[in-house]
Design a protein around this ligand. Structure first.
Ligand code: 8Y4
Length: 284
């Protein structure tokens, strides 16, 4: 399966890595180091060299409790970076935004995938995504970034996340966005307790059973900090384990900060998977 991302291609016939490029001044993982388009470009090229199949550019922090960013601030951050990246990268660029104006401008500047943590629920987002003609990642978020971690409750988190995402798929199809353009993401950490996150990972196959490619973002997230008592800088080993466990359960695209390490792990997994398939076939 190969997605056309605005003239560049994302091959999801095997699991791939989406490299994170934050361009927010308060971005908690890299301190806003990549605000400068040249530095952003260097980091993106490095992630491409390290094996990233797509680079996710975000100009709005969605960390719990983060305040809103205006359309014009977000455009000023992301458009110059996408302009620079689209000329230099061979892999597609993903735009991490909830705003239709940013989707439109980013795709006009060369972005090839819309990564919306709000699943196109903002007014005008379905229309902007339809007109853009690029694939869309629909993510589940309970509440909004300001309030989402305030005591979230679900009767069955897996069933509810899946039902929500399938509703958004239906809304997309009704708006003229065909399902061949859609990817689904359970939204680890977005209005979920550690137990909710673990249930979603344990039963990720139920989401993969939709037939749509599943995206996961587990890299450095606070569930690792809470379970293991680690600060962000110490979360790489657990992030790699979670990436492999998610791919084992059907994830096709892993959003990650540490591209080289994540890609190494997924390649080893793919090599083993290939041999295991041959083994299984020979036994039948
Ligand atoms: C440390 C580092 C602690 C990062 C928390 C975080 C996802 C996403 C984000 C995701 C998709 C984040 C934009 C939150 N997470 N997009 N975006 N899936 N599709 N937190 O899980 O990285 S931002």
């Amino acid at each position: 399966m190969r997605l056309d991302c605005n003239g560049k291609f994302l091959d999801l016939s095997r699991p791939q890595v989406m490299g994170v490029l934050n361009i927010t001044p308060d971005s908690f993982s890299d301190g806003g180091d990549f605000f400068d388009p040249q530095r952003a470009l260097d980091r993106a090229l490095q992630m491409q060299d390290e094996g990233a199949a797509v680079i996710d550019v975000g100009g709005e922090s969605t960390r719990p409790g983060a305040g809103p960013v205006s359309v014009s601030d977000e455009l000023q951050r992301v458009v110059p970076v996408i302009d620079a990246l689209q000329a230099q990268l061979t892999v597609p660029i993903s735009i991490d935004t909830r705003k239709p104006e940013v989707m439109q401008a980013a795709v006009a500047a060369g972005a090839g995938l819309i990564n919306d943590v709000n699943a196109l629920r903002a007014p005008g987002a379905l229309e902007a995504a339809r007109a853009s003609a690029v694939p869309v990642c629909l993510m589940h978020m309970h509440g909004d970034p300001r309030t989402m971690q305030a005591d979230p409750h679900y009767a069955d988190v897996v069933a509810e996340v899946k039902a929500f995402l399938l509703q958004r798929v239906a809304a997309c199809e009704a708006a003229g966005i065909g399902r061949q353009r859609l990817l689904l993401d359970p939204g680890f950490g977005f209005g979920k307790t550690v137990e909710h996150n673990l249930q979603l990972l344990a039963r990720l196959e139920e989401l993969a059973a939709t037939g749509l490619p599943v995206v996961v973002g587990l890299s450095r997230k606070s569930m690792i900090g809470k379970l293991l008592g680690l600060d962000i800088a110490g979360r790489l080993p657990a992030s790699i384990a979670l990436a492999v466990l998610a791919v084992e359960r059907g994830a096709r695209l892993v959003r990650a900060h540490d591209v080289a390490a994540t890609w190494q792990a997924l390649q080893m997994q793919a090599a083993l998977q290939r041999v295991q398939q041959v083994e299984t076939a020979q036994r039948q």
